[in-house]
Design a protein around this ligand. Sequence first.
Ligand code: ATP
Ligand code: MG
Length: 470
Amino acid sequence: MKYIWKIGYLQAILIVSCLLLGALLAYNGLVVYPSFQKMLTKNTEEQAERVANYLISDVLNTSAGLQVDAGADVKIRTALDHFRLWKLKIFLSSGRCIYSTEAADVGKMNHSPIFETALPDGELLSKVVKKNGKSSEGQTVPLDIVETYIPIFGQGNFLGAFEIYYDITERKDRQDLNLQNSILVSCGISLLFFCVLIFILARAGKSIIERNLAEQKLIDYQQQLVESEKMASLGGLVAGVAHEINTPVGAAVTVASSLDERTRHYQDLMLNDQIKRSDLKKYFETAKTSASVILTSLRQAADLIKSFKQVAIDQSCQETRMFNVRQCIEDVLLSLKPKFRQHDYQVEINCAQDLEIDSNPGAITQICTNLVMNSLSHGFAERDRGKIRLDVQVAGGQLQLHYADDGVGMAPEILKNIFEPFFTTKRGQGGSGLGMHIIYNLVCQSLGGTISCKSSPDQGAVFSINIPLS
Ligand SMILES: Nc1ncnc2c1ncn2[C@@H]1O[C@H](COP(=O)(O)OP(=O)(O)OP(=O)(O)O)[C@@H](O)[C@H]1O
Ligand SMILES: [Mg+2]
């Protein structure tokens, strides 16, 4: 049972089943039982009418008012036995009783208004009276009966009425027994169905909960795997940074220690008054070259640290706002204009002038800058001409950015590594190998999108970026 309560829709199935069972029982009690009773009344009413018709022609004289024939009593009592009647009375139209199988009733008045309204209109009136209940005349009835009034007409005039008391005790008992049995059987079947339902729901609930737990475990495990994967890649990144920074910093240290050694040497010469003008000249020369090498190396290191800082984008300070995408791309191209100047490089932008999105403009700027920079420094390296095409549109709730250049393209071994941090084919020539890694991080992590690249030698490079928009 506890498994069912833990799962919303199983709970709903159980509640709906309970309600249906309740409704079935209520239907039996409120609709089926009363309709059987109605049927019983209708049947007796019809029989009463038949009895009345028989008696009208056999025991009544309607030629001059309403009179009961002499010897009617025997015939009436025979009918009473034959039709299982408990009692029969005959009234005049005034309500006076002129005949009854119980002699004490004769001569009494029936003050019921039906003698003025319903009966003169030819209506039959029936009433079920339960054992020890009161008849319409206020008499206590010792049996279950149906009390029926049937009007008597003669030459179109309302002359009086029969009142026939039908003994339905036996029929009602039989009917009640049948109904009881059918209710018992339907309750039994319902109970059985209910037990089976609970059993099935409990089993289903248990297996759903077990499956959910297993799925959660799998998700946790995958998350752990992703985390450790992230840590490993961060470790790789740190090792890469250390390796990259080691070269310029190492060079600076070597030159600085050699400068230190030279400085001490010339200081000793000066303290012993042995220094010559040519020595001083040599020392200044060394100091100048060393300072320049140290400066260059440290600048290189500083640049690397700056790039590294960009890679570790702080997700929390990513600004999101509505901005015009085309304007953003045009700004990027404007900032890179000096690099286009000496060559015939063309850029075609296919993007609606008024395309506005709610996203991170800084990230889009950085992505476009790095893509264009790569086309210039790799795709169009040593080429005078080159064409870049940018198709941008919003479709299916995504910003679709299609970037293509017609540059030198990439061999498969380069293509498969381009998103790796520190992967570059321009090592020692200004390439750090972080540009594409930054793009990858921005698209996939900061913006939650996807990026893919297609390229082959001399066929240019194509980048497809999809960014979901909220
Ligand atoms: N449009 C392109 N055409 C040809 N080769 C490309 C293109 N874009 C990237 N590459 C290749 O992918 C490599 C990695 O690119 P990435 O931008 O990560 O590094 P980089 O440009 O070499 O250095 P950085 O961008 O950090 O200065 C490049 O060295 C280059 O070989
Ligand atoms: Mg680059």
